[in-house]
Design a protein around this ligand. Structure first.
Ligand code: ZN
Length: 329
């Protein structure tokens, strides 16, 4: 398979913090009919580069422009054809927006993923011999009984997990700084809808929002994780900030007004929350490629990066026991 193909559909092994073991995952980066609804409406979230001019999504936009939703069906099956001998247990779809937005919804958003494709995927997974769970992402706006119940029925007893970018439990941080346009009530209602339909949720928590000091950011992430588990979230993904071009965060970084979190801050959040429930630690690589990622001082940076990488594959807190450095406080 060529490099460009791997960028779109690939299988990896990830540590599933719910099952506490390494799990084979099919990752599909699915182009959409249009960019993220929230990006089109107001420019999107201030740290998100997935819909910006340098993103892979924009590079693939011609596919749906000329060939419409049918092209997405074709891409799905081509992607599956490429990985079908690898027996994945988990299927993860990233479309850099809202998988559940098929355009037929009260807020009249421009469709991102056709309903026919949503159903085709869930019907396929429902009959697949090894895939047990499908993970998609969406804003709460599209998480309704009528958008998820038909998909869950097609999944035939398998699990639907929906990721939501809450980022922070603090209204000011979430809406004024990160421009999420999402109330706690909307978030909690979406979590409840997901639970009542027998699906699972995942909340993205963001370390560190702009305008927050290192300590404020640590505290915000810890409080947000506590809040999420309190309101019934099934799993957390801690997103440690990195800088992608074409974002508000990138502009602040260029002006010297923002730095991604210190690696020691990430360790503090992990240690303070690991006992609360399943928490994944997001990677520092993405598309478009980050121009800056979390770091510490030159003498401990590589050791901590390596320990975090090992932690991602084991969730063994003792990996951090022997780490010390003069820079750590
Ligand atoms: Zn250091």
């Amino acid at each position: 398979m060529s490099k460009i193909w791997d960028d779109f559909s690939a299988v990896d092994d990830f540590f599933d913090p719910q099952k506490k073991k390494m799990t084979k995952r099919w990752i599909l980066l699915l182009p959409a009919l249009s960019l993220c609804h929230w990006y089109l409406k107001c420019g999107g979230c201030t740290m998100c580069g997935f819909n910006g001019p340098t993103s892979g999504k924009q590079k693939f936009a011609w596919i749906t422009k000329y060939f419409g939703g049918l092209a997405l069906h074709l891409l799905y099956w081509l992607g599956y054809w490429g990985i079908k001998n690898q027996n994945p247990e988990n299927m993860t779809i990233y479309n850099g927006g809202n998988f559940l937005n098929s355009g037929f919804n009260p807020i009249k958003a421009k469709a991102e993923i056709p309903l026919s494709l949503q159903k085709t995927i869930c019907r396929h997974v429902g009959q697949h011999p090894t895939i047990k769970k499908v993970f998609v992402e969406s804003r709460p706006d599209f998480i309704k009984d009528e958008t998820i119940a038909p998909l869950i029925k097609l999944l035939n007893g398998k699990t639907l997990q929906i990721g939501i970018g809450l980022e922070s439990a603090d209204e000011t941080v979430r809406n004024s700084i990160l421009n999420k346009g999402m109330s706690r009530l909307q978030f909690e209602q979406a979590i409840q809808t997901i639970r009542e339909n027998g699906a699972q949720s995942l909340a993205y928590v963001f370390l560190k929002p702009m305008q927050l000091s290192e300590n404020e950011a640590i505290e915000d992430a810890i409080k947000t994780i506590q809040y999420c588990f309190r309101v019934g979230v099934s799993e957390i993904a801690l997103s440690c900030a990195f800088i992608q071009e074409g974002t508000v965060m990138h502009d602040l970084y260029q002006q010297g007004k923002y730095q991604p979190p210190n690696l020691w801050s990430i360790l503090k959040v992990i240690k303070a929350t690991a006992h609360l429930g399943p928490i994944r630690i997001g990677g520092f690589e993405d598309d478009p490629p980050p121009i800056a990622i979390p770091k510490s001082c030159p003498s401990c940076n590589d050791r901590i990066i390596k320990a975090i990488e090992q932690y991602r594959q084991s969730h063994d807190l003792s990996l951090f026991d022997d780490l010390t450095c003069h820079c750590q406080d």
